[in-house]
Design a protein around this ligand. Structure first.
Ligand code: CAA
Length: 381
């Protein structure tokens, strides 16, 4: 693995940082406070090719690699974690499985307009009683000639309230357990498909995170992604890429909080000095910089492995585990450096602290990442 970014990746990083500063940052506080889904950010991101970063150009994407994907999610999350995860879901949880498992016809219909950012996608796996234990999902789909009839409820679906289509994981043969899980695309407007309540959350408030319900909702068999019973593998392999996105989001949130704390420490005076003169503050800044660097390298390493075509499940879980817990530690210190002002909504580190917390929970809790990593290390050694 080459640790230097290529010229193309450096250019991408520069242009996405400029875009994030000019277009995303000015709305970040407002959308956190109101919960407004940032369609304008999404539309502008689409114009830069950020809604289908690693999707080949012939399917409407930007044809870049997954290291570039990690760079984009980090840079956007540095200023707005809600917009960061909205793009992460679009790229890795929606576009990626259609690219890998979809037929040519499905790619034309369910990938091209989404990679171009004309439409928004979401990934509906979690249910009120099935989070970490995803195989326990109870949404059912019964085959009726050339359609499936879906009944059930999905919960905590990022982009759920804004999406034009959802990849919904259902059980078509419940007696087979996880081997009965199947992935189906359900489009907005399909009879029996409804968006339910929006969650009120601690952070990432602008992600249209909702329940989705299905009541005798009929979709054509042609909307099935992969084979019947293959859905659990589609879901879990998709999460490998998603976890790189969340690791990048966590690194970006931490980087934003670190920069705010660094600048505050250099201008805030106490005892006749800028507080950055004090070793207690310097040590916090040093630890923050070290941890962010480590998380970024783990994230890019996982993305590089994904680009190599090898299985990258363990690397993605390692990056996600470390980066998410690091983000909580770094944003905690960023508030500490700001003192009372850090606790105030006037300063961005308070939002960063709230936003960081979810990265330890969604796309697999830290405990689930440890289970995945342990399974791999026990196999390997
Ligand atoms: N790639 C390809 N195949 C995979 C795979 C992967 N990453 N992981 C597992 N598989 C395959 C296995 O090889 C196995 O296949 P066989 O039956 O042919 O051997 C099959 O899938 C089942 O694998 P496991 O037995 O290892 O699966 P498990 O049931 O023991 O997995 C678990 C347990 C790790 C806890 C898993 O259920 C899991 O990751 N749970 C967490 C769910 C999660 O992350 N949810 C997040 C929701 S999405 C979200 O949060 C989105 C958002 O809002 C942003």
């Amino acid at each position: 693995m080459d640790l230097d970014l290529t010229e193309e990746q450096q250019l991408l990083q520069k242009s996405v940082r400029e875009f994030a500063e000019a277009e995303v940052k000015p709305h970040a506080k407002e959308i956190d406070e109101t919960g407004r889904f940032p369609r304008d950010n999404f539309k502008k991101a689409a114009e830069l090719g950020l809604t289908g970063i690693a999707v080949p150009e012939n399917y409407g994407g930007a044809g870049m690699d997954h290291v570039s994907y990690a760079i984009v999610v980090e840079e956007i999350s540095r200023v707005c974690a809600s917009t960061g995860v909205i793009l992460s879901v679009q790229n890795s949880l929606y576009c990626d499985p259609i690219l890998r498992f979809g037929t040519e016809e499905q790619k034309q219909k369910f990938l091209v307009p989404f990679a171009r950012g004309e439409k928004i996608g979401c990934y509906a796996l979690t249910e009120p009683q099935a989070g970490s234990n995803a195989a326990a999902l109870t949404t059912k789909a019964i085959r009726k000639s050339d359609t499936y009839v879906i009944n059930g409820t999905k919960a905590w679906i990022t982009n759920g309230g804004a999406a034009d289509a959802a990849i919904v994981y259902v059980n078509t043969q419940p007696e087979k357990g996880e081997k009965g899980i199947t992935a189906l695309v359900v489009e907005k407007g399909t009879r029996g498909f409804a968006v339910g309540k929006e969650e009120k959350k601690l952070g990432i408030n602008a992600t249209a995170c909702t329940e989705l319900s299905f009541t005798d909702c009929e979709v054509p068999v042609g909307h099935r992604i992969g084979n019947e019973g293959e859905g659990y593998k589609v879901a879990l392999s998709t999460l490998d890429g998603g976890r790189i996105g969340i690791a990048a989001q966590a690194a970006g949130i931490a980087q934003g909080a670190f920069e705010a704390a660094l600048s505050y420490a250099q201008q805030r005076q106490a005892f006749g000095h800028p507080i950055s003169d004090f070793q207690a503050i310097q040590f916090m800044l040093a630890d923050m910089a070290t941890e962010i660097d480590a998380a970024r390298l783990l994230t890019r390493h996982a993305a590089w492995k994904q680009d190599s075509g090898a299985r990258f499940t363990m690397e993605a879980s390692i990056a996600k585990l470390f980066a998410s817990e690091m983000s909580t530690r770094v944003t905690h210190k960023a508030i500490q450096i700001h003192g009372g002002y850090g606790y105030s909504r006037e300063y961005p580190v308070e939002r960063a602290y709230r936003d960081a917390r979810i990265t330890e929970i969604y796309e697999g809790t830290s405990e689930i990442q440890r289970l995945v990593i342990a399974a791999w290390v026990l196999k390997a050694y």
